[in-house]
Design a protein around this ligand. Sequence first.
Ligand code: D41
Length: 681
Amino acid sequence: MGKLFEIPEEKMTRKEAEKRIKELRKIIEYHNYRYYVLDSPEISDAEYDELYRELVHLEEMFPELITSDSPTQRVGAPPRKGFETVRHYQKMLSLQDVFSFKELDEWFERVERALGMKETDYVCEVKLDGAAVALVFKKGVLVRGATRGDGEVGEDITPNIKTIRSIPLKLLADNPPELIEVRGEAYMSKDEFKRINKEREEKGEPLFANPRNAAAGSLRQLDSSITASRKLTFAAHGLGYAEGVSFSSHYNVLNFFKDSGIPITPVVKYCRTREEVKEFCKEWEDKRHTLAFEIDGVVIKVNRLDYQNALGETSKAPRWAVAYKFPPEEKVTRLVDIMVSVGRTGALTPVAILEPVFVAGSTVSRATLHNEDEIKRKDVRIGDFVIVRKAGDVIPEVVAPVPSRRTGKESFFKMPDKCPVCGSDVIRLEGEAISRCTGGISCPAQVFNHIIHWGSRSAMDIDGLGPAVVTQLLDKKLISTVADLYFLTVDDLLKVEHFADKAASNLYDAIQNSKDRPLNRLIFGLGIRHVGEHLSKVLASFYGSLDRLMEATEEELLEIEEVGPKIATSIVTFFKQAHNLEVIQKLRRAGVNFGRAEKMIKEGPLSGLTFVFTGALKSMSRAEAEELTEKLGGKASSSVSTKTDYVVVGESPGSKYEKALALGVKTISEEEFLDLIGEEF
Ligand code: D41
């Protein structure tokens, strides 16, 4: 892999090192956040490792520059809001990495020198690329499951852990130990990863970068039914604190797990010599892609526990174990062209068309390039030779071009200004990385999503217009946009499979009834980007008819308090698209209400006042309180600022209360709030 940053280290002065160290810490902290908190990394592990190693290296050269808040001085992740934290019985250490047999030999030397002997035995395990977890069994019963967190404190994810089928809720042993803490990896097969990403793509949700992030993201769901819907697997690889059992070797520990019904790392080998260890490493480096799940190396452990104890640990990792990391598999091929695909949400994604190349177990001929900025950042040009690899062993990606192989005939990519599917304008709104097609209601790539949105409860509320029905209506070419719905007959609807007379006439009625929905629902139903439910109400009451909204200029829209430049551009561009206008004309012909809005109280007891709610209320939920506030002409905001008029403080208020005090914003009790709204409630 090409180095991300070349550092002429011998020439580096202390001052330069200090600057670079600061920069690296910032970059690493950012990527830690993407990885641990958002479960959504932007760079590959190999790239991260490289940054991290550069920082370690510089800190080794200038140890006086090490600070306690450097990312090298801590391990793991901050807990996410919403989970209880739990202290591990015994600290969960991390692993030191080696990246070559030379480094591995140096580790062997250190181990064997420290033990004062020539050779000892080892256990090798393939290194699963998942999320580390700790399980606690008390008297044989699973009582707790936690994430690794920072190694000392993790998140209590017991309900989620219990959804993993391979984890026994009760151990098989007749005489289970008083307490054992089992360490292992929760991971996901490549197939399951693909399945989930496909599902997410269909829903227009952001994709997981690799199976590990999918596993980590699935474990950290506050709703454990989501975890249950993702097929996670568990494999144990170590023992933490234990009471009522003891072992002499790691291999015995693994056998005990197996006998107790706890699955262990799926590929394990007992090795008598260094040579056997290296053979195992080589073997699995070659065969890594044949496994159903992703591995990123081999973990090598000194087998005897008395030797492990003698070797001890550093503050972060045991000296008796090491991770031999595989290099990412990369190939060079030619980038023949860059095409643009349009997703269901209208996002335009550039796709690299490659000369087919065999990488990481399969032939690759396309790779995503994410967005325009990414292409610019990597300086990838059409005709370039490029380095290709697979993220998470599954998703092909272009790592970088090979500039030395350029001929001068390469060309730059430009995002098209018309949608390749429907020809509508493409816009990229301020501050967004993604370019989008603006033909939301007419573009065939987006029409499925749009029809589902149109029929949803908060839009036109058409009962019975679900995904299965919409798929058939589109497939059978009975409709191509929402406007066609209004011209369907009961006979047409009877062509939908499994539709009996009753269902067909019910759907027919539901569609016809939706013509009378108030204007704000129609506006919301159009699915204009950044025009949500609330803004639709504002626009409906401001303009009073769809025709007037369609004529609005950006300047005029900007006069509305809730509308910023991004929204104004989005609205105006939407109504400029010829195809969208055709759909709107057809809706008009169908007799859909273009004029009457749901009444919004603009003048009420709370007009002109902004409220923030914090803590639990007794007489209603926070959502209800916010809704009520808006109904009575006020504004409900989620964050406290100097523009806030009142912070309503309920039971056990959060940080918003403190912020209100700090800013000197008036705080009132729930009772005082009820007094303010008086009779209305
Ligand atoms: O398969 C793995 N990912 C794996 C991870 C493994 N097979 N063994 C491991 N052993 C340890 C020690 C030696 C510290 C008990 C590990 C990990 N640790 C580990 N995983 C994540 C952080 C540490």
